[in-house]
Design a protein. Structure first.
Length: 698
């Protein structure tokens, strides 16, 4: 991967050169690490790509490429020629080492690249060293090095083939060589020394293999970090279930207490009652609640989430119903086969195998039933407060129009009851904020029990999960649970004081019929706001619940599908075996045949048949009905006469004279259509005689 990252970098920019050099060095370090540890990691079985010699070759190739990147960087930065020559000379050595260590495992096209770059970098070293000689006015050495560089570049071109191209370098070297030779021939007349007598070019080994570090990347994740023994995994699962039960219980207690508190305040019309002085304006607390509701999305947000719930529920129900249908269908098929083949159907009954799946399906069905009931309660609460939601979502002026007006109240705002109520309501708000923080702490508390269970398993060989979990949960959630209980106790005392003070406030307040209607509407709107906040939280949790339940049901459906497929395969194999057994099963011994069916004393030969009647047939029919032997010629019945004594079959034969046709000039008359041609031969042809052919031989 490091080598691939390096190969796609742009070598025209400084940043690309730095990244390429680093990744090539990291790649070389990883190959070197594997080479040094391959025998300990795989002592017996190794594939060719992790053999030590192959890893050494790959490391050398990566290191040579890193040195080449440093050479390009030095040329781009226009460093001194003496430095560039040493960097190029080191690249030549690295490529030469890589070429020497290649074997048949290395791809064939790599050979030409390595074989071409080895003399190329030596030629680059000679060229840049010639520039050093030129600066020092050693013209003879300069010409010698340029001549040698030209030969090396030509060799690189021949060895590299089409894989690499060195035309630009060759042209540059040739141009410098022609200029230096011309100047030396006409001006300096220095002796051009032999290449072997020149001083060796130094080396600058900049590229070095970087050993791998742990972790290799900033976003590294150990895939086996959470891998624990099965007993530890089961204990962790049980602990998480206990923890979830405690968290849900404590959060439920806090929310129920807060809902009860809001309900009591709505009944007393607080804090709107102590804010409604004029009897016409909207109380500030109610305006704040209206703005908060609109910021949360208002009635539109509730309608959208409520409309999405049936679709989410139906999706989960369909997945669960399909899983149960697959299990029922497989069980019905198994029962049918068992009833048909009875004791010969030897596989385990489906009802016995599907007990865990049925239990899991029942658990999910119970969860969905509870969710349906919860959704029904949410809809009932929504319908009960819908009018308040609509009014609270209006502007301030529309909200003021929707609230009945009343005359100014005669309640003294500076009375002790009003002051005490305001102090108590401030305590209520502080308590609600404390509960929000406490609920967040209960939700976000995380515990990693794997080390604890691993220690118990290593010490005792077994895990007492219940004792360890109970102790840890009490230690972690005991303080939070105590804070929740204290908040509940303070709420009881606070509500008692609010009730007492509100009674005193009602005695001091003068009200009329209009004021009662207005107070009733304000109480209704305050209850609608509390219901809105509660419904919003419930709907968000319900949507998240359905979305989180869907992957679990899909996983359950996958398990059911795999089980049904496995049972179907098993059924087909068992059916095949049963069919073969039925076909190969013997039907029983054959009964003995009666005596008259061919037993002792019975004649085994059929009675003789009468001879066929003798009928005189014509001679040609007799000849046609004569049986012939298979593959025998038609004239096999002919017997030639004996050969005459002294007969020579090679002697010339005397044939009879050719018969004369009774036609003028030997031409037969033209045959008329419908008439049969007549020949001067008798109808009865003489039998064929050996040596006497029917036609004369010409």
């Amino acid at each position: 991967m490091h080598s691939q990252i390096a190969s796609v970098q742009s070598l025209e920019s400084d940043e690309g050169l730095k990244k390429a050099a680093r990744h090539f060095q990291l790649s070389a370090g990883i190959y070197s690490y594997l080479r040094d540890h391959v025998y300990t990691l795989t002592p017996t079985i190794r594939t060719p790509d992790i053999e030590p010699d192959v890893l050494s070759t790959l490391s050398a190739i990566m290191l040579a490429q890193a040195q080449e990147v440093f050479f390009k960087k030095a040329v781009m930065d226009k460093m001194k020629s003496v430095v560039i020559a040493k960097i190029a000379n080191q690249a030549h050595d690295l490529y030469a080492d890589a070429l020497k260590s290649c074997n048949e495992t290395i791809p064939k096209d790599w050979y030409s690249i390595l074989a071409g770059k080895t003399p190329y970098f030596q030629g680059e070293a000679e060229y840049h060293q010639s520039l050093v000689c030129k600066a020092a006015k050693n013209f003879g050495e300069e010409i010698s090095r340029l001549r040698h560089a030209s030969e090396l570049i030509e060799a690189a071109h021949n060895r590299g083939g089409l894989s690499v191209s060195f035309k630009d370098t060759a042209a540059k070297i040739k141009r410098n060589y022609d200029e230096s030779k011309k100047d030396n021939d006409f001006i300096y007349h220095e002796r051009v020394p032999d290449v072997g007598s020149l001083a060796a070019i130094g080396k600058a080994p900049i590229a070095k293999a970087i050993p791998p570090s742990t972790p290799m990347g900033a976003q590294f994740t150990d895939l086996f970090e959470k891998l624990v023994p099965l007993s530890v995994h089961q204990s962790v699962t049980s602990f998480e279930n206990r923890k979830a039960e405690i968290v849900n219980r404590e959060i439920g207690k806090l929310r129920s207490k807060t809902e009860f508190l809001n309900g009591v305040l709505s009944t007393f019309n607080l804090p709107a009652a102590i804010e409604d002085i004029s009897g016409n304006n909207v109380p500030p607390s109610l305006l704040e609640k209206s703005r908060n509701m609109q910021q949360q999305g208002g009635l539109h947000a509730l309608d959208q989430m409520i409309s999405e719930l049936p679709e989410l529920l139906q999706r989960n129900k369909e997945i669960l119903d399909e899983s149960i249908r697959l299990l029922d269908k497989e069980q019905s098929s198994d029962d049918q086969m068992r009833g048909q083949f009875k004791e010969r159907w030897t596989r385990v009954p489906s009802q016995q195998l599907t007990e865990p799946l049925r239990a899991e399906a029942a658990k999910y069905k119970g969860i969905l039933d509870n969710a349906i009931q919860a959704d029904h309660i949410v809809k009932e609460k929504y319908n009960a407060h819908k009018d308040g939601f609509i009014l609270m979502n209006k502007s301030e002026s529309d909200l003021a129009k929707g609230i009945p007006t009343a005359g100014p109240t005669a309640t003294p705002q500076g009375s002790s009851a009003v002051k005490e109520l305001r102090q108590l309501l401030d305590q209520v708000n502080s308590m609600k904020k404390e509960r929000d923080v406490l609920e967040q702490q209960i939700k976000e508390t995380t515990l990693d029990m794997r080390p604890r269970f691993l220690e118990a398993l290593a010490a005792d060989g077994a895990i007492d999960e219940e004792a360890i979990s109970t102790q840890q949960l009490e230690q972690t959630y005991g303080v939070l649970s105590q804070q929740a209980n204290e908040s509940s106790e303070r709420q009881d005392a606070l509500l008692a004081n609010i009730e007492r003070t509100n009674m005193q406030f009602c005695k001091e307040k003068q009200s009329n019929a209009g004021a009662q209607k207005r107070e009733e509407m304000l109480r209704k709107l305050a209850a609608a706001y509390d219901a809105f906040m509660e419904l919003l939280a419930n709907l968000k949790e319900g949507t998240k619940f359905y979305n989180d339940l869907t992957p679990l049901l899909l996983r359950f459906q996958s398990k059911a599908t795999d089980f049904v497929f496995a049972r179907k395969t098993e059924k087909e194999e068992l059916m095949k075996d049963l069919q073969q057994n039925i076909v190969n099963q013997p039907t029983g011994p054959t009964p003995a045949a009666p005596s008259h069916h061919g037993g002792q004393g019975a004649s085994r030969q059929p009675p003789p048949r009468p001879p066929p009647p003798s009928v005189q047939q014509p001679q040609y029919q007799q000849q046609q009905q004569q049986p012939q032997q298979p593959y025998a010629p038609a004239y096999s019945q002919y017997t030639p006469p004996p050969m005459p004594t002294g007969y020579n079959p090679y002697a010339p034969m005397n044939y009879p004279a050719q018969p004369q046709y009774p036609y003028p000039q030997g031409q037969p008359p033209q045959q008329q259509y419908g008439q049969q041609q007549q020949y001067p031969y008798p109808q009865q042809q003489p039998p064929y005689q050996y040596g006497n052919p029917p036609y004369p031989r010409q």
